[in-house]
Design a protein around this ligand. Structure first.
Ligand code: GRF
Length: 203
């Protein structure tokens, strides 16, 4: 099976997927990495792994819909079975989401449905929560609102600041993301309405 990964930044989650692939643990092949940011370090990670790295700068498109149209073309050229959003910081149009519905997943740095949107670590700290974490979910039209596939929780420590909480959550992201991708590529995961299932059982 074929995977296209979309990124906007450092790509540490992409690296976790590449590493899983290197160890035959991904269940498929990352055939392309697409970034809307030209100098995203994740592009270098892709090139270093011999993966096709594509830049699609969103500023060059007049509308969100024009950008998403171009993005659809680039992705479909690679005929993916799964589209993975790994720190892709663009809001997607309904057309884009519909096109890949049920075969597109995202990682989000919170225990969804808590803390959808940005600045999740700072908000969790400000609220004084005891636990924080990350979630892999199917992408639906509701931003950060699609059904959750797998989560990992971390304890918030008394001396945590945004940076070290983020770093601790990231280590868990790197653990759960390759697992979710593998489940999907093995044909075990499905999006059924607004429910995610594994082996036919609701998650
Ligand atoms: C991660 O925190 C991910 O949860 C969020 O964006 C960040 C991407 O980090 N969606 P990286 O580019 O994978 O290092």
């Amino acid at each position: 099976p074929r995977v296209v990964v979309l990124i906007s930044g450092g790509g540490s989650n992409l690296q976790a997927l590449i590493d899983a692939q290197t160890h035959d643990q991904l269940g498929g092949e990352i055939v392309a990495v697409v970034s809307n940011v030209a100098d995203a370090y994740g592009l270098q990670r892709a090139r270093d792994a011999g993966i096709d790295a594509v830049v699609l700068p969103h500023q060059e498109y007049e509308t969100r819909d024009a950008f998403d149209g171009a993005l659809i073309k680039v992705i479909e050229r690679h005929e993916p079975d799964l589209v993975v959003l790994a720190g892709f910081m663009r809001i997607l149009t309904p057309r884009f989401v519909q096109r890949f519905l049920g075969r597109m997943i995202n990682i989000h740095p919170s225990l969804l449905p808590e803390y959808q949107g940005l600045h999740t670590h700072a908000r969790a700290l400000a609220d004084g929560v005891e636990e924080h974490g990350c979630s892999v979910h199917f992408v639906t039209e509701e931003l950060d609102g699609g059904p959750v596939i797998v989560q990992a929780a971390v304890k918030v420590l008394a001396d945590d600041d945004e940076d070290n909480l983020k770093a601790r959550v990231l280590t868990r992201e790197h653990l759960i993301f390759p697992i979710a991708v593998r489940w999907f590529l093995e044909g075990r995961l499905q999006l059924q309405g607004n429910l995610a299932t594994i082996d036919g059982q609701p998650l």
